[in-house]
Design a protein around this ligand. Structure first.
Ligand code: ADP
Ligand code: MG
Length: 680
């Protein structure tokens, strides 16, 4: 039995089905048996006809008491069959299934599963699946439902998977070591694979799933931690010059660094001077001062004779970084340049030329930096300011622009420890857990509709005192389905009805970069009083004079996102305010608003978010950067993830290279992980 065998050799798979299976990512027998159900349908418990409730999907065991009649109506054909059990009778109907005509014999028993209608006591079942008498292919059990492609039916796919399982028939090689199966009370692979497709009862599904999730998470976690071990023990990293002091930069700053910033800089400095290459994640809440940390590291790289690249998620941010860097570093003789898609072709060509020559020391830009034609002379440090998480592969791609450059990944999304370990498990982690002093807590209030007038008065008062306001709404365009206020509509309301005397502008993600930049520039200069915006302002734009943010339909945002948004205010000397306008009375919504009002600590908020929602929402902005798992779900499987992590850490402590005999299978799993299409 060969797991890598092409699916075309599986019983029931002809050329056209091969194509359909391929579309689902199923190429081999292994792919087939690990194509897991999306959900299940319980067709195991029969009901009597008298018990049938209108609208339910039910299983009935009945006797046919007519032949199938085949009538033609309006271009369709309709098949009818009368059935009964001891409690009553019912009509079964199908459309365009003439082949059923001689399928049923009067007096024989059959099982039907389908949706029931009850029309004044007249029971009808429409287009059910069925089995003869004692057979149970379509009924009588828990049936897996698979994610499907057009043209491949559940029945067909189920048959193919059943055939695949029969080939395997209990002969799969175990992939987890015996001692782990015992310690974590996991069932064997054969059992789990069989039961995940065809559980006899729902408990079977749970234990099967637990085992498969454990394996999937463990292989990912081990792979990441091993990668980290490799970095840490490697010796082919750049050794930056010990005599270049980051304090040159620090002394030029108009403020004193926080203890946390200094501690993090020490960690980075140590990495940079050592011969292992740095692969570090810098976590710090919005406003915690990550930019200067990046600046110090870039300074060190440049003065050691290398170039540095700083990559930001948006042009606005890149420009802001560029200005900040230039302000400090130009006087230290460092040449910074900005690369964003907005610049002219001529300017870009010239810039790329100078970059390749080594005339540019620090290149700051958007993802444009990763493009192929961007070549450095000797790139020594890569800093990415992440909005979305980059996978391991993407990170490697950026680093390939140099020879083993040091890599610093910055993120403002506070990630609970457990998640950080699996999302960034290949990186060392530094945390800035302290905000600069004199930062006033952003006062936050959650209000409903009938407070609108008071809120508007409050905004007016702040503007009269010279401040500026953000109004944030959740969607770009009118979406009838969700009935949310679009930015344009909101703009009209504020501009015409509420604040005609003030300068109101709007900005959203679908605008051209140039337009957006212009508006942000005007807002920065104080030429706009009120800026209506979608979440495009979420990422680190700095306007210290704006001290009030109103978030419309706050219930639509995840907590992490609300927190990020709120970070836009409270950046200057003024007391700042965040007003969360929400609708709805659900307990969760209120609880979430309460969290926002009670703390400004991003880590507390993210833990709470995880607890309250328990789903992917936490990651708001970084959603699409999550690793792809076949069966595990990082949020729902948090308890399994925790035991996987303690297992992984213990295993690698005792056997860092997985060389022990007991760990042979784990070594194979990790190897597999790196070879597969799977992105971590
Ligand atoms: P983030 O971590 O969100 O990227 P920034 O680096 O943009 O934060 O810093 C936010 C603001 O705080 C900037 O205006 C920056 O100059 C300022 N800042 C950074 N560190 C300090 C500090 N130690 N003391 C005072 N202000 C600081
Ligand atoms: Mg930042």
């Amino acid at each position: 039995m060969e797991l890598s065998k092409d699916v075309k050799y599986i019983k029931g798979v002809g050329p056209s089905r091969v194509e359909l299976l391929n579309k689902l990512g199923i190429f081999t027998l292994q792919d087939l048996i690990t194509y897991y159900p999306r959900t299940y349908e319980d067709r195991s418990k029969p009901k009597s006809i008298a018990e049938c409730v209108h609208g339910d999907e039910v299983l009935i065991e009945v006797i046919a008491c007519s032949k199938v009649s085949d009538v033609r109506l309006q271009g369709k054909t309709m098949q009818k069959l009368l059935v009964r059990d001891e409690t009553g009778s019912a009509t079964i109907t199908w459309f365009n299934q003439s082949y059923l005509k001689n399928k049923f014999d009067i007096g024989k028993s059959y099982k039907f599963f389908g949706k029931v209608t009850n029309n004044f006591g007249k029971i009808t079942m429409i287009s059910p699946v069925f089995d003869e008498d004692d057979k149970s292919f379509n009924t009588g059990k828990i049936i897996p439902l698979y994610p499907l492609t057009y043209q491949l039916s559940q029945n067909v796919l189920r048959r193919i998977i059943e055939a695949g399982l029969q080939e395997v028939n209990g002969h799969l090689k175990e992939t987890l070591p015996e001692y782990l199966l015992k310690e974590y009370n996991l069932e064997g692979l054969n059992e789990a694979i069989q039961k995940i497709h065809f559980p006899a009862k729902f408990e079977d599904f749970n234990s099967a799933r637990k085992r498969l999730v454990f394996e999937e998470l463990l292989s990912t976690q081990l792979a990441l931690l091993q990668l980290k071990n490799n970095y840490q023990n490697g010796d082919n990293g750049i050794v930056f010059n010990k005599n270049v002091k980051m304090s040159d930069v620090i002394n030029k700053l108009p403020f004193r660094l926080t203890k946390a910033q200094l501690r993090v800089l020490e960690e980075i400095d140590r990495d940079m001077e050592s011969k292992k290459s740095m692969n570090r994640l810098l976590q710090g809440d919005v406003g915690s001062g990550k930019t200067v940390v990046a600046m110090c590291a870039a300074y060190k790289a440049v003065k050691s004779g290398y170039q540095a690249a700083i990559m930001s998620p948006t042009a606005i941010l890149a420009t802001q970084h560029f200005e900040n860097f230039q302000k400090i570093l130009e006087e230290l003789g460092i040449n910074c340049e900005l690369l964003i898609s907005g610049i002219t072709k001529k300017k870009k060509e010239e810039l790329l030329q100078r970059l390749a020559n080594g005339e540019i020391d620090i290149l700051i830009g958007t993802h444009a930096i990763i493009e192929e034609n961007v070549q450095f002379k000797n790139l020594g440090l890569v800093v990415t300011d992440e909005q979305h998480r980059f996978g391991v592969k993407q990170r490697t791609k950026i680093a390939e622009k140099g020879e083993n450059p040091d890599v610093l990944v910055m993120t403002a999304t506070p990630i609970p420890r457990t998640l950080a370990l699996i999302l960034y498990g290949d990186l060392d982690i530094s945390i800035i857990d302290e905000l600069p002093p004199n930062r006033k807590k952003v006062e936050t209030f959650a209000v409903n509709k009938n407070m609108t007038e008071r809120v508007n008065n409050f905004i007016e008062k702040q503007i009269q005192e010279g401040r500026q306001a953000y109004i944030v709404c959740p969607l770009v365009e009118e979406n009838e389905e969700l009935d949310l206020k679009s930015v344009e509509k909101l703009y009209e309301t504020y501009k015409k009805e509420i604040f005609p005397q003030y300068k109101v502008e709007y900005i959203h993600g679908k605008m051209k970069t140039k337009e957006k930049d212009d508006i942000m520039e005007k807002f920065k200069k104080g030429e706009i009083d009120i800026l209506i915006s979608t979440t495009v302002i979420e990422v680190g734009v700095d306007v210290p004079n704006s001290n009030i943010m109103v978030i419309e339909n706050a219930e639509r945002f995840g907590l992490a996102q609300l927190h990020q948004l709120r970070g836009r205010v409270g950046r200057g000397e003024y007391q700042s305010y965040c007003i969360l306008k929400y609708e709805g009375k659900s307990e969760t919504v209120r609880e979430r608003m309460k969290v926002m009002c009670s703390t400004n600590d991003g880590f507390v908020i993210s833990e709470k978010d995880l607890e309250l929602r328990g789903s992917g929402d936490f990651f708001g902005t970084m959603q699409h950067g999550l690793p792809e798992f076949k069966i595990a779900n990082l949020f729902e499987d948090m308890p399994i993830l925790k035991s996987v992590q303690s297992a992984a850490i213990k295993i690698l402590q005792e056997d860092p290279k997985l060389e022990k005999r007991d760990n042979f299978l784990l070594k194979e799993l990790v190897k597999d992980k790196f070879m597969k299409r799977i992105e971590i």
